[in-house]
Every structure is written in structure tokens, then in C-alpha cells.
Design a protein around this ligand. Structure first.
Ligand SMILES: [Zn+2]
Length: 859
């Protein structure tokens, strides 16, 4: 096993770290933003501790002008000057004389710009119903952009307390991490708003927002007032976010056994926002779709998104904010944990959503990347700020959360919870590293947590577990090997400590077994003669399972004895084996046919996911055979379910109906379904409440798929005048689902002509690259406009946009060539992964997509 060498990392990361000779204790900050000229001026007094005599003081600053610097202690005052080191994003302050150790007060006056790049202190704009433009000034500091707003020690371990004053126009609201302490009139008709002192925290968690915001009345959550803030006109969309916010805040206080660390909690919907949301202590910022929603018209998936994101950010108030990673290599634990906790909270809030079953899709998305040679270990060296930016990916969030879930299920939920609570109490107001969490969990569970988790955290990839029947018929043989889509010689020798949960049926009945596989192979004795066996019982293991053909036949004959997540696993593992070349495509078709009677939404999603992949890879000549197969498989399932919602049916059933209709009307090209979807759309357009919310996304997708120019114009207009963020998003991305080249060309233009916010444009571009009608033209468009896009879009969105290249199966060499000469900032390993996924798809196509449609294995 190759462990991560922390000694090595320290040395190379050194150049990005500030000297340890000076540390901040407390910041007093005064800022005055100018929303007309998009600038701000500020001054700060920082109480610092100097540990050894220094000639200069270094701290982070970027895109700031520093006008005055001085240092004082008692009556002693040193005046200084600042030099900016742009490459290292620092200000180097020097003074008349050497600075002696002890406590000093550092005063800096500075100026900066309210940028439009959605990071640092930035501006966001929106139009009111009368068409008038309004400007907001807001912040996004994670990972390393606080330095664009204030000169500061912008490292997670440099925790300090903050006291902020904002000078703003009388009519504007000012929001920050803590409650307002005082408000008084200031010069030029402005007001001066001072906030209470924060807890000891990292700079990346600081936030301030200024604009014509309105707030809901607070709800009281065990003494904490919780409000939702929004731009005027959106009050009707706040109730749901506030409700889940209150539920989850309470849930976490109980789970952690620690009171919420802030004095109030504001959830703020920002019209332009690069990420989904940001866990600023006490002042969480969101993109509007992640907080504001009309529960009367939204689909269940859209409601779930709000519930997930709000819970995720609330989970961070303790895990991340109260206890923070030492350095950015620990970001995975922060995000993995919040993702895990978001599931736990939403599952407790709406058990009938079966959130842990649908989490199977997220786990699968992580495995799709982690099965690549170009994957990385979860904990990964982070040196520079853009390395830190590259960490916000599916491996950090979804793989990280999956391995925590696997651990929780193995240790037991209560043992796990106790360990978490212990860890937070031991490190509150401070910083910690991954090993500290394992120590706390070992102490609470008395299990070798660190040894096991090290194999998951410090190694890239995951295993595939092969299962065979023992020759005595009363045992099974298990072996592990790294799962790889493309096997390179000499690679993939890693081994894991795999917590296996197994369900076996023998002539003595059904038995359950728990086994920690720590070597290449193991055998498990069973109480009787084996009938069938399921490995990965409960579905929380982060591994694939490959059964011998007799055992696969056995388990697929016993589907009625498996839970939905277990059936999901059987389908998902088979599909992964097909893409990796471990099983032929016809095995997947044969498997899918056994699921004709399936009723679970997520199991169907696993099956439909396989067909969607095929849709991208096959040539035009194969498409009719594929479409016929989709119809053959899905039509009976839809007939059983019917088009009309049944009284008392679960939300998951109505969502399944939407998924089946959507797939039949697009991938299946079913003319009857298409005609009926159009009728429903006409009805919906006249009376929005007349069609089940969970059918609407499907019928919109079908109308786009079969759409005319008139439909396109109508969707574009609906995007621009949408009443809710969800509608806006729905109609926007539907524009990329049309099929007529001239319409798709217009959608391409929209990614750059200002009609679409830069927070969304890269994702529209990605969708266009995945539309089989225009993907190569979209690719040409992207290449041609690359520099413009790189200049206009938020940095973190560019690598995600490039995910569209995974569907360019007929131009793989050109894609490879392009990225040799075009480097992506914040790309981390993401671009390399996209390129390998494309190679996987090309290899799959060469292997499986035979010249004649009949050879696909379809009837
Ligand atoms: Zn997070």
C-alpha cells in the first residue's frame, strides 16, 4: 500500500503558507461598499501575536490596494508600508524598525473592487418586475478568497474572532455572521451597522451581504432565531427552506449533543452564486434554487434538493465551523461528513423519501470516477489555492460520504454518533485532522477504525469482490481486486479492509454475516447448503460485487427477497461490469428483462442509467433497436402504474411514473407517449396545478425533445419570466434538449451573450455537448469560444462544464489534443478524469457495439 507521505507535503506546501511567526487573534473591520461604482473601502485593526523578532509581517491580500499601514503597542507606534506579491497573493508589510515579540495592534487601510466573478467580495444583480436593475454586494470566501476583501491570515488554522462594521445606504439591509449589536446614522445619509463579535473561526467562514433584502419572521429553534432572506417579491418561496432549516438545526444539536455555536441563523438566497451554498457561520448563502421553492408546484426532486442543501450547510455549523480542518487537504472530511449528515437529517425528516436508497445513485456517480486510473485518493495533497479549488468534487463529497456511511453501518449508528460527538467536543473552536476523528471513533467503538479507514482514505479506487460457491456447497469464496474500467499492466494491486455484510439462503433458512476482509481472499462457512447469496447486504458498501454465473442466476431468481437498495446494487454492479469489459452487454439486457415487474424508483433509475449511456455511445443505425428495447421494457411498467396518480400512492411512485414517461418519450421515441405528453403540457400551460408536479419535468423534456421553433421560443420566454428558481432552471436547461440544429445554435449563443447568468451558462454548455444531435457542433463552439468562457465564467464551473466531453465518442483524439494545450485552473484531476471516461466509452463502443444491430444482443 502506498500511504500519503505527509512529511513530503509539508515541504512543498510551505511556499503557500504564511510564516508562523505572527498570528492574528482578533479583527475589527470596517467596510464601506459602493454599489454604484462597484468598489469598496475598508480599514481593519488586527490584534496580532508576534512570536519572534521579525523584519516584516506577511499576510494574504489579492486585488486590494493598501493605502496605510501601522503597528502600535501601548504608546509605541511604528509606521509601515505594504508591498503586494501578486503571485503568492500576499501583502508584505515592513516597518521602521524590527518588530519585537508580543501583542501588537496592526492597522491597515485598503480599497478593493466588487468583482463579477462570484468570489471574494462581489456584486450580484437582478431585475425587479418593472425591469429595473438592482445591485447586491455579497461574499464567497471558501476556499481562499477572503483575501480579496480584507488583508488577512487566510488559512483555516489561523482562527480568530471578528467584529465587523458595515457602512451602507439607509435603505439597504446588512447581514453578517452574528446579530446586529448597534445601528447608527453615518455621514452622507448612510448608516453604520455593527455586528456582535463572532466566535473564534476561520476567515473562509466570514460573510457579509448588503442589498435590498427582505427577511421572514424568525422561527425560534431552541433559542436560535432562524430567518430566510430574499430579494423583494420572493417571500412566497421561503416557507419550505425555513421549515427544513429549523428541523435540521434541531436535529444536529441533538445528534452532536452540542448547542448551536452562533447567536442567530440567517439563510440568504443570492441571485448569482457560483456553488450551491456556503456554510458561513450564522449567515449561510445559497443559490436561489437551493433555498427558495414553491412547494405547491415543485417536483419531489426539486424539494429534495432544497432539503439536502439546507441540511448540509446546517451540519457544517458544527462540523467545519466549530471544528475546522487544519489545512485544505482535510477538506474532504468536512464535505464528506456534511454530505453524510445531510442524508441522515433528510431521512429523519421524510423517511418515506427513502433517502438512503436514492443515495445509491450518488455512490454510483462516485464509483464511476473512482474506477478510473486517473482517480485520486480521498485525502490528497493540497498545496496551492487552485489545488484547494480542485478538491470540491464527487470524490470528496460522494465517495467521502459513502465510506463514512459504510463505517457507520459497520460500527453501529449509536457508536458512530458517540465518536462524532466526542471528536467535536475535544476540538471545538479549534482545528483537527482526519486521524483525530478515527481516534475518537476508536475510543467510542473499540474497533480498529484507523487501520480500516486508512485503506479507503489514502488509496485511490475501490475493490470489486468476486464471489464463488465453495466446492462443499456450504461455503462461499470471496476475493478482492481493484475495480478498473481500463486495466493498465502492473497497476491496481491495492487491497482494502472491506467490511462485508452478507445475506445467505441455505436449506436451513436465511442467515446474515458480517466479515472484515483484510486480505486478497477469504472463505465464509454457511450453516447449510447454499441456495443463493447476496454480498453487500443493506447496500452501503463502497465496492462492486461480481458473482459467478450460477450465483448470479441464484440471486436474480430471489429478487423478491432483496430490499430496493440491494436490487439496485445487483443492477448497478452488472452495468459497471459491462462497461469495464468484465461482462458482455447482453448480460445487462438479460438482467434488465428480469426486472420487468420492478416497482422501485431507484432500481428503475439504475436500469435507465444503463440505457442512457448506450444512447450516447451507439451509432444512428443502432438507435431503432435500442428504442424498441426501451419500449419493450418500460411500457408494461407504465401500464401497471397508469398515467393518473392513484389516491394515497407514495411520492416515489409518482416520481417513477415521471421517469418512465420521460424515458419512453425521449430514449424510447414512443409516439403515443409523446402525443399524450404534449396534451398534458397544453393542459399544464393553461392551468399549472392541473398536472401532477412529478410529471412536469418529464413532459417538458418530451416537448423539448420533439419541439418546434414555436416551442423553443415559448420555453425561452418562460425561462426569462419564471416565477420560481426551479421553473427558471427547468426551462433553461430544456433548451439544450431540443433537436433542431438552428434552435440548438441559438442556445449555444445564449451561453455567452448575457441572456444566461454566468452561474448557469457553463452548465447549459455542458448539456449541449451531451445532446447527441449537436454535440460535435457544441464542441466546436466551445473550442472557438474557450478564452471568452474562461474569462466570463466562475472558475469552479469550468472543469464541470468540461464534463460534456465524455460524450464525444467520435472525436476522442481531438478532445485529448485540445486539453494538451488548454490548461484549466481549478481543474485538479477532473479534466484528466473526463478524458479517461471518454476513453472508457470509446473502448466500450469498440468492444460491444457490433456492426449489425442484431448483434447488440437485442431481439
Ligand atoms: Zn459543504
Amino acid at each position: 500500500m502506498h500511504y500519503y507521505d505527509s512529511a513530503n507535503v509539508q515541504t512543498s506546501a510551505e511556499v503557500y503558507r504564511l510564516p508562523a511567526s505572527v498570528k492574528p487573534q482578533h479583527y475589527e473591520i470596517r467596510l464601506e461598499p459602493d454599489l454604484k461604482n462597484f468598489t469598496f473601502s475598508g480599514e481593519e485593526t488586527v490584534a496580532i501575536e508576534v512570536y519572534e523578532p521579525v523584519n516584516e509581517i506577511q499576510l494574504n491580500a489579492l486585488e486590494l490596494t493598501i493605502d496605510e499601514v501601522s503597528l502600535s503597542r501601548d504608546s509605541h507606534k511604528l509606521s509601515g508600508k505594504a508591498e503586494l506579491d501578486e503571485v503568492n497573493e500576499r501583502a508584505i508589510l515592513s516597518f521602521d524598525t524590527k518588530v519585537e515579540p508580543g501583542r501588537w495592534s496592526l492597522r491597515i487601510k485598503f480599497r478593493g473592487i466588487l468583482n463579477d466573478k462570484l468570489h471574494g467580495f462581489y456584486r450580484s444583480q437582478y431585475k425587479d418586475p418593472a425591469g429595473q436593475t438592482h445591485t447586491i454586494a455579497t461574499t464567497q470566501f471558501e476556499a481562499t478568497d477572503a483575501r480579496r476583501a480584507i488583508p488577512c491570515w487566510d488559512e483555516p488554522a489561523a482562527k480568530a474572532t471578528f467584529k465587523l462594521t458595515l457602512v451602507v445606504d439607509q435603505n439597504l439591509a446588512a447581514i453578517s455572521n452574528t446579530a446586529i449589536e448597534s445601528e447608527k446614522p453615518a455621514a452622507n445619509g448612510k448608516k453604520e451597522v455593527t455586528f456582535r463579535q463572532t466566535i473564534r473561526m476561520s476567515t473562509y467562514l466570514l460573510a457579509f451581504v448588503v442589498g435590498e433584502f427582505k427577511a421572514t419572521d424568525p422561527v425560534d429553534v431552541a433559542g436560535t432565531p432562524l430567518r430566510v432572506w430574499y430579494v423583494p417579491g420572493k417571500e412566497a418561496l421561503t416557507r419550505y427552506g425555513q421549515e427544513v432549516g429549523a428541523f435540521s438545526l434541531n436535529f444536529f444539536a441533538n445528534y452532536y449533543g452540542i448547542k448551536y455555536p452562533g447567536d442567530k441563523l440567517d439563510l440568504i438566497a443570492i441571485p448569482d452564486f457560483a456553488a450551491g451554498a456556503m456554510e458561513n457561520l450564522g449567515a449561510i448563502t445559497f443559490r436561489e434554487t437551493a433555498l427558495l421553492v414553491d412547494e405547491k408546484t415543485a417536483s419531489r426532486a426539486e424539494l429534495e434538493r432544497v432539503a439536502d442543501v439546507v441540511s448540509h450547510e446546517n451540519a457544517h455549523m458544527w462540523f467545519g465551523d466549530l471544528v475546522t480542518m487544519q489545512w485544505w487537504n482535510g477538506i474532504w472530511l468536512n464535505e464528506a461528513f456534511a454530505t453524510f449528515m445531510e442524508m441522515l437529517a433528510v431521512d429523519a425528516w421524510k423517511p418515506h423519501w427513502e433517502r438512503w436508497v436514492s443515495f445509491g445513485l450518488s455512490r454510483g456517480a462516485a464509483m464511476a470516477v473512482d474506477g478510473l486510473n486517473s482517480t485520486r485518493s480521498i485525502e490528497y495533497p493540497v498545496h496551492s489555492p487552485s489545488d484547494a479549488g480542485g478538491m470540491f468534487d464527487v470524490l470528496t463529497y460522494e465517495k467521502g460520504a459513502s465510506v463514512l456511511r459504510m463505517l457507520e453501518q459497520y460500527l453501529g449508528a449509536e457508536e458512530f454518533r458517540k465518536g462524532i460527538s466526542r471528536y467535536l467536543r475535544e476540538h471545538e473552536y479549534g482545528n483537527a485532522e482526519t486521524g483525530d476523528l478515527w481516534d475518537a471513533l476508536e475510543e467510542s467503538s473499540h474497533q480498529p477504525v484507523r487501520r480500516m479507514m486508512d485503506t479507503w482514505i489514502f488509496q485511490p479506487g475501490f475493490p470489486i469482490i468476486s464471489v464463488e460457491k465453495g466446492s462443499d456447497g456450504r461455503s462461499i469464496k470471496l476475493s478482492q481486486k481493484r475495480f478498473l474500467y481500463l486495466r493498465e499492466p502492473g497497476k491496481g494491486t491495492e487491497q482494502w479492509h472491506v467490511p462485508l455484510m452478507i445475506k445467505a439462503a441455505t436449506d436451513k433458512g436465511v442467515s446474515e454475516h458480517k466479515l472484515l476482509l483484510t486480505s486478497a481472499e477469504a472463505a465464509l462457512q454457511l450453516p447449510g447448503n447454499l441456495k443463493w447469496v447476496l454480498v453487500n447486504q443493506g447496500g452501503s458498501g463502497f465496492y462492486r460485487v461480481r458473482y459467478s454465473s450460477d450465483l448470479l442466476a441464484g440471486v436474480t431468481a430471489a429478487l423478491d427477497q432483496l430490499s430496493p437498495i440491494e436490487r439496485f446494487g445487483v443492477v448497478s454492479d452488472t452495468w459497471a461490469a459491462v462497461v469495464a469489459g468484465l461482462a458482455p452487454l447482453k448480460e445487462f439486457f438479460a438482467m434488465a428483462a428480469k426486472f420487468r415487474n420492478e416497482t422501485d424508483l431507484n432500481v428503475w433509475r439504475a436500469i435507465l442509467g444503463g440505457f442512457a449511456y448506450l444512447d450516447t455511445v451507439v451509432d444512428e443505425q443502432h438507435r431503432p433497436a435500442m428504442q424498441a428495447e426501451v419500449r419493450r421494457l418500460l411500457t408494461p411498467a407504465l401500464e401497471r402504474l397508469g398515467w393518473e396518480p392513484k389516491p394515497g400512492e407514495s411520492e416515489l411512485q409518482s416520481q417513477l411514473r415521471g421517469s418512465l414517461i420521460g424515458a419512453l418519450g425521449t430514449q424510447g421515441e414512443d409516439p403515443q407517449v409523446q402525443a399524450r405528453a404534449r396534451e398534458l403540457y397544453a393542459k399544464y400551460r393553461n392551468a399549472p396545478g392541473s398536472v401532477d408536479n412529478n410529471l412536469v419535468p418529464a413532459i417538458i423534456a418530451i416537448v423539448a425533445h420533439t419541439g418546434s421553433e414555436a416551442d423553443y421560443k415559448e420555453f425561452k420566454e418562460k425561462f426569462k419570466t419564471a416565477r420560481t428558481p426551479q421553473d427558471e432552471q427547468r426551462y433553461l436547461y430544456a433548451l439544450a434538449d431540443f433537436r433542431r440544429p438552428e434552435l440548438l445554435r441559438d442556445a449555444m449563443q445564449m451561453t455567452l451573450n448575457g441572456e444566461v447568468r454566468t452561474q448557469n451558462a457553463p452548465y447549459l454548455m455542458m448539456e449541449l455537448m451531451m445532446n447527441t444531435e449537436c454535440r460535435y457542433e457544441a464542441w466546436a463552439f466551445l473550442k472557438q469560444n474557450w478564452d471568452k468562457m474562461a474569462a466570463a465564467y466562475p472558475e469552479n464551473a469550468i472543469p464541470r462544464m468540461c464534463g460534456g466531453v465524455t460524450s464525444l465518442v467520435d472525436q476522442q483524439p481531438d478532445v485529448d489534443q485540445f486539453f494538451k494545450t488548454h490548461k484549466v485552473k481549478q481543474g485538479g484531476k477532473t479534466i484528466e478524469q473526463h478524458l479517461e471516461r471518454l476513453r472508457v466509452a470509446v473502448a466500450f463502443k469498440q468492444r460491444e457495439i457490433a456492426p449489425a444491430p442484431a448483434d447488440l444482443g437485442l431481439k
